[in-house]
Structure formats: structure tokens, C-alpha cells
Design a protein around this ligand. Sequence first.
Ligand SMILES: [Zn+2]
Length: 221
Amino acid sequence: MSQAVLERPTLVLNRNWQPVNVATVARSLTMLWNETAKVVDPEDFRLYSWSDWARLEPREGEPMIRAVTFRLRVPEVITLTRYDRYREAAVTFSRRNILKRDHATCQYCGVQPGSEELTIDHVVPRSLGGTTTWENCVLACVACNAKKANRTPERANMALRRKPFRPSWKPMYSGPTTRIESWSRFLSEAYWNVPMEEPAPPPHPHPVRHSHRHEHGRERC
Ligand SMILES: [Zn+2]
């Protein structure tokens, strides 16, 4: 296989078809193969599983992967088949990200003493079965943490300013230096206004190109 082709960028969409990342072709093919992603045909939005994709003959003049026994078309856009994969990878449960989510603010008294003076408080204390999760951890200043001690907010009579939450996923794609022309329709503003439907799998392994737009539930505006 040609190393250069495997290093080409592939646009990664989440299940809502929002661009979330750019991966190498090598990585995209791995995800395709292990069924965590499908290839999106950028022309007609048809989806291909690994077996469907592997059956396609590369077109004249387009990049391809040559192996000993087969030739493979190079995917330019893929979509994840599961919701959480990239979100989990992107918004790590970490001290830094808790700091970010809570805006470096004590979630009890509202002070912003700087990261050195902030602690991570378990809303329901660990001694009472509280978990170390997004939903149970907040920033607290040293004073509030000491005051609350091993009590729930209710018992300590200390109201939370905001219920802790897992940060909502926002597409992190901001535009690579290398960009492939076919990506433009996935990155355009107009795209976001298209009503969403669950994309249907290709009904036939050898689709006739451009002939199923209206059946596909993802017509372009
Ligand atoms: Zn405080």
C-alpha cells in the first residue's frame, strides 16, 4: 500500500453528520473495518460499510490503495456509527476540563481565586457512595471544601450554583491546513439547516450513482 495515500486526511463526521475531526485514511479504514464508522459518498451521501466499500472499483484517475490482491478506493469522508466514541475521547474527565467547565469558579460561593486555590469537590461525598464523575464533581474553593466536609450540599446547607454536568459535545473541527474539495458540503453553513433523518444503509451493494437521492432521506437543499 502506498504510504502517502494512507496519510491523506479524511473528514470525520459524528452521527449527526457534524464534522468532528480529521483522521488519516489509515485510521479511517481501521474504523470502517471494525464497524465504528462508515464511508460517506460526498456526492450522494450514500453510506458504505467496509464490505460495500471494498467491492467498489476505484474510478479512473482517483487516488486508491493498492494491495497485493485488491485495490481500494480512498475514503474522503466517514461518519461514526456510534455517538460516544469521539466525545469520550475529546472531553476527557480531567482536572483541567473541570476547571474549564466550571469557569475556574467555586461552585458554592462563586469566588475565582485561581486554579491553585480550587479543589475538586465530590458533591455526594465518596464516603457516601459519591462517584468521581462529571455529574458528581465540581470546583470548590479551599474554604468551601473544608466547610462542606463529608456532607451533601443539603446537609451542609450549601447550595450549588449549577448542577454539574458532562460537558456537551461541540464539534471540535475548525479546519485543517489540508482540505479536500468534497468536504465543503459538510462544512458549509447551509448544511446545518437541512432537517435531519437517520441515514439509511445502502439498499444495494452496487448502487447506481445519483439515482437514489430522493429515497435516501438526506437530500441537499
Ligand atoms: Zn467557595
